[in-house]
Write a protein that binds this ligand. Structure first.
Ligand SMILES: C[S@@+](CC[C@H](N)C(=O)[O-])C[C@H]1O[C@@H](n2cnc3c(N)ncnc32)[C@H](O)[C@@H]1O
Length: 224
């Protein structure tokens, strides 16, 4: 993935991502709202590929007593995340590590990942899912948003056109859209919804579900 999430991308990320992914903000809120815990619970949360901390911040707002550990390999994205939570640093720990080889102790009630696991191969993802299961407490939940692959070329092409329209309507030029889609096709390894659900079950999650899907974006969840 080279240097994709570099200083420049990190500085523009929060603005650009809302204009690139339809319903980005709503998806973050949805992920936090789907967690099956009382709002005053003292939750321990792990955020994989936390980036600039948008998923973490949604969770901290929804769960005022939660503590989040966020992991990301981009120091520039983490710098933005740290600035965002500087008033509540005791509740957040952002670590610069590769999510394919992270090293953590303890148990978590919730593991979330926003738009990050689709950068991994299916084998890498399966390994991470197994690790997540091991790190979750019994009854804990894994929640993940990702780009998904469409099973039919006709539908895929139609969704790509809708996606381009969305970005165009948010002020991106055709050249910017073309360059973003090229990067997307190079770096992102989406799976179909069925394959993703199958992989989660294979890794050992139960009550696995696709909670949301719009065009080629989806939210998945599963319980330990
Ligand atoms: C599209 S951003 C998503 C950020 C955030 N979760 C969100 O929902 O906005 C993807 C993030 O995944 C991180 N990432 C990708 N591959 C990674 C890896 N192998 N280890 C750690 N972080 C990774 C990138 O650095 C980037 O910050």
């Amino acid at each position: 993935m080279d240097d994709r999430f570099n200083t420049e991308e990190a500085a523009n990320y929060d603005d650009a991502i809302r204009r690139r992914i339809p319903l980005y903000r709503e998806i973050q809120t949805l992920m936090a709202s789907l967690l099956p815990f009382p709002k005053k619970e003292y939750l321990r949360v792990l955020d994989l590929g936390c980036g600039t901390g948008e998923t973490s911040v949604s969770l901290l707002k929804e769960y005022p007593l939660a503590r989040v550990t966020g992991i990301d390999s981009s120091p520039d994205m983490l710098d933005v995340a740290r600035k965002k939570v500087k008033h509540t640093t005791w509740r957040v720990d952002f670590l610069c590590q590769d999510i394919r080889a992270f090293n953590l102790e303890g148990e978590f009630d919730v593991i979330v990942s926003g738009f990050s696991l689709h950068f991994l191969s299916p084998d890498e993802k399966e390994e991470i899912l197994r690790k997540c299961l091991a790190l979750l407490k019994d009854g804990g939940m894994f929640m993940d948003s990702e780009a998904v692959l469409l099973p039919s070329e006709k539908v895929y092409n139609m969704y790509m056109e809708k996606w381009k329209d969305f970005m165009r309507s948010n002020g991106f030029s055709d050249e910017e859209i073309g360059s973003h889609i090229l990067k997307f096709l190079k770096d992102v390894k989406p799976m179909t919804v069925d394959n993703q659900l199958g992989l989660m079950r294979k890794a050992g999650f139960r009550d696995v579900e696709c909670y949301f899907k719009y065009l080629n974006w989806a939210v998945f969840g599963g319980y330990k």
